[in-house]
Design a protein around this ligand. Sequence first.
Ligand SMILES: [Zn+2]
Length: 193
Amino acid sequence: MEVPVAIDNDAKALALGEAWFGAGRRFSNFMAMVVSTGVGGGLFVDGKLLDGRNGNAGHIGHVIVEPDGAKCVCGARGCLEAEASGPAIARRIGAAPVEADVKERARAGVMVGRAVASAVNLLDLEQVLIGGSVALGFGATFLDAANRELSERCKLEFSRGVKIAEVELGEAAPLVGAAAVGFRSVGIDPRAD
Ligand SMILES: [Zn+2]
């Protein structure tokens, strides 16, 4: 028996899962992102998951947040992933990210807020949902810093007031997202019903 197989990246799966079953149900234009070992994002725009030319739309981890910053795995410098991912933080503090102090947690939030501001202004988003071990583990210190930086940098009439909030599906989000990717691959869209 042949079984159809669908594959997509974790952040796009997260965006789709949140769009269909989580906090994203309330929005037609949002980004879901993961700040963990890597930093990724999925864009849900005009009620649909954006794919891009090769299925890679949403790579917020490679938006530049520090022009002369740390070297990134992609070869560039100062990408969000090189400044705020778990391994990046471990490199900076010489210990596991869980050991990061308040200042370092806030700094990671600022970096995320900076990248998010560009995405919000670029795509006219109404909300950003964030998950992943760094984002959720760093808690309010991280999230407050991210939102402060976002409001400092989003001043356009349409982008003012956009917020970053935690994903709603929590630990179940990746699995729900994976299921949503499967449904999408066979043409099912619960939001279209
Ligand atoms: Zn990069």
